[in-house]
Design a protein around this ligand. Structure first.
Ligand code: NDP
Ligand code: PYC
Length: 343
């Protein structure tokens, strides 16, 4: 069976049609489709079309408001607040991002709080939306309890992604984006599907014993990256992007949902900083000094985070996105059968 090559626009439209067939409004469907297609374009398979089934299951379970229209709260200084009203985070971010950028430029820094959203996405598309405004940015959110704190053996924190970006002139921004667990839960699921063992140190089984079996890991707990350091950063995210913004932490998100086959609803926190404002009056140019740092990193043979992703994007934009015959058949099935296609 042969692969199919799709343009980025065609894949985006195709994914949006699947969601509209499932009853999601065009506003929500288009925003979700943009993120999923960007994941495939940038070779981030754990948050590409693989996520469609989870989104559809969550819609089918009645956990997403199909016609949610995100709403911007009245102006409140450095805090931009968007109520997602039970929709996906993607449309809420698209509404709040321009306002976040405007206020960060005006005040030097600002925060976007998104409340009450279903969240499945990678965070780098959001970071890049802000670096495009010459802002540095951070984004973080809880998830649902699947990670044991270091020294414990019971899932408590989520895989809590954390992303950062720095704008660069005439080249791609510096961006990193990772789960604070050793790997994203999506990666474990992809190992399960492929029948491949997990690398050592990713997870423990339900009895707290180290395991390389993806199934046992999904029924047990994942581990934080970097031992106690990752455990503390994941805890910080529970506090800042859960407790502080008045939204669910990972345990509460799992309690509300009941199981891992659906996607969690909670909040998200995105911070934006204007480097020009922070460095004003100090010696040296912040942008030039950052380039000196990046050169010192790459000059010793190390690569910058997101370089693999940007290279994949360039290839995909020039030659299209390659999907296997199996993936295309699955998209066909989802488009034909809508919510009947998922259990
Ligand atoms: P990865 O471990 O795949 O990658 C983490 C980051 O490190 C990327 O920016 C990557 O860049 C960079 N990187 C990888 N290898 C190197 C290297 N050798 N040198 C320099 N940089 C490197 O990420 P995860 O599996 O932890 O997370 C994947 C995605 O899952 C993220 O986008 C995250 O937002 C998402 N996620 C979302 C959750 C949610 O609840 N919404 C929960 C958990 C994760 P590059 O891409 O170029 O390889
Ligand atoms: O990959 O860990 C993950 C994840 C959880 C929710 C969305 N992505």
């Amino acid at each position: 069976m042969t692969d199919t090559i799709l343009s980025h626009d065609d894949l985006t439209a195709r994914v949006s049609r699947i969601f509209q067939r499932a009853g999601l409004s065009p506003l929500q469907s288009d925003a979700v489709a943009r993120t999923i297609a960007a994941g495939e374009r940038d070779a981030c398979k754990s948050h590409g079309i693989y996520r469609i089934d989870g989104c559809l299951r969550t819609i089918k379970a009645g956990m997403v408001t199909l016609d949610a229209v995100p709403e911007l709260a009245p102006e409140d200084g450095a805090i931009v607040r968007v109520a997602a009203h039970g929709g996906f985070s993607n449309a809420a971010f698209e509404l709040g991002a321009p306002e976040l950028a405007r206020r960060a430029k005006e005040l030097g820094m600002a925060a976007l709080v998104i409340n009450d959203c279903t969240h499945f996405a990678a965070l780098w598309p959001e970071i890049e939306a802000l670096t495009a405004h010459d802002l540095a940015a951070m984004a973080m959110c809880p998830s649902y309890s699947s990670v044991a704190p270091t020294g414990g053996n019971e899932a408590l924190m989520g895989t809590n992604p954390f992303a950062f970006g720095w704008p660069r002139e005439n080249t791609d921004p510096y961006v990193f984006d990772f789960a604070t667990s050793v790997a994203a839960r999506g990666e474990i699921e992809l190992h399960r599907r492929a029948g491949t063992p997990l690398p050592e140190g990713w997870a423990v089984d339900a009895d707290g014993n180290p395991t390389s079996d993806p199934e046992a890991a999904l029924n047990g707990a994942m581990l934080p990256f970097g031992g106690h350091k990752g455990s503390a950063i994941a805890t910080m995210i529970e506090l800042l992007a859960g407790v502080m913004i008045g939204d669910l932490n990972s345990r509460e998100a799992l309690d509300r949902l009941g199981n891992f086959t659906l996607l969690p609803a909670h909040g998200e926190l995105i911070l934006a900083f204007d480097p020009a404002r922070f460095s004003a009056g100090r010696e040296g140019n912040a942008m030039a000094r950052a380039e000196t740092l990046f050169d010192a990193i790459t000059g010793q043979g190390a690569r910058l985070p997101s370089q693999r992703r940007f290279a994949a994007r360039k290839r995909a934009m020039a030659h299209g996105i390659t999907l296997s015959a199996e993936e295309i058949a699955h998209l066909d099935r989802l488009e034909e059968r809508g919510l009947d296609a998922v259990a």
